[in-house]
Design a protein around this ligand. Structure first.
Ligand code: ARG
Length: 251
């Protein structure tokens, strides 16, 4: 009998944990659980045990405004939205572009920056969409870069890597003709690898947003309000200029 009761309690707990934490739950606990990748400079980078980057600082500023402490969780990029569906954290900030397909699985916040997917190559390599014909291109798996590169007419081999930094390394090592990634990441790579890589065209534009579990509208409303406030009071501009030397908000 006792055993049955325990089992029922365990089941009830499990069932309970299948619900995303509401804004009231989060507020009451005093801590918000945020997930990111930690391998996508300059947006989210794990250096030793320290998480930094534009999105990390922005999310911490938003949490502070909401009166919450932050508990970070790092996950491979491809697992981030799955874990959100499993209630392993409250929201994700990892440079997800808003796409119709992702919007079926999660709810997106207002965009926290605007950017695009750019071609980067070695000097003499393909710099335009047309020039990618028959070429070998490296991209991170599960990204909008993969989706868009696949659509390039006649593109050669599209090589996917678990991490964006590995896709960049493949370009540097000469194993591919081009890498397609974020335009700001590309600018940093070009700066760091002076003369060894060059910026090509922008392949597509995208709006980047935070994701909450589908239907978690209370949390979404708070995140959007905190972002709007940070964008109005100079907090956002300060963090953005630290990482990019410019304001990267969508206009
Ligand atoms: N912006 C691209 C996308 O929406 C890439 C995001 C990659 N993010 C990351 N943390 N590696 O798919």
């Amino acid at each position: 009998m006792k055993k049955t009761l325990l089992t029922l309690t365990a089941l009830a707990l499990l069932a309970g944990s299948a619900e995303a934490r509401t804004w009231a739950d989060i507020k009451q606990s005093g801590t918000i659980k945020i997930a990111t990748e930690g391998a996508f400079p300059p947006f989210n980078i794990l250096k030793g045990k320290v998480l930094t980057g534009f999105e990390v600082e922005l999310a911490e500023a938003l949490a502070k405004q909401l009166g919450l402490k932050v508990q970070w969780v790092t996950q491979p990029f491809d697992n981030l939205l799955i874990g959100l569906g499993q209630d392993r954290y409250d929201f994700v900030i990892a440079s997800h572009g808003i796409t119709p397909e992702r919007a079926k699985a999660v709810d997106f916040s207002a965009p926290h920056y605007c950017t695009g997917g750019a071609i980067v190559t070695r000097p003499g390599g393909p710099t335009t969409k047309a020039a990618l014909k028959g070429k070998k291109v490296a991209v991170q798996v599960g990204t909008t870069y993969l989706e868009n590169v696949r659509k390039v007419p006649g593109v050669g081999d599209v090589k996917t890597f678990p991490k964006d930094t590995d896709a960049q390394a493949a370009l540097m090592a000469g194993r591919v003709d081009a890498w397609v990634g974020d335009k700001f990441t590309g600018l940093d790579l070009i700066k760091a690898q002076k003369g060894k890589v060059v910026q090509g065209d922008l392949l597509f534009k995208e709006r980047i947003a935070m994701a909450v579990k589908k239907g978690n509208s209370g949390l979404l409303k708070e995140l959007n309000a905190a972002l709007a406030k940070a964008q109005a009071n100079g907090t956002y501009a300060k963090i953005s200029s630290k990482y990019f030397g410019q304001d990267v908000r969508c206009r």
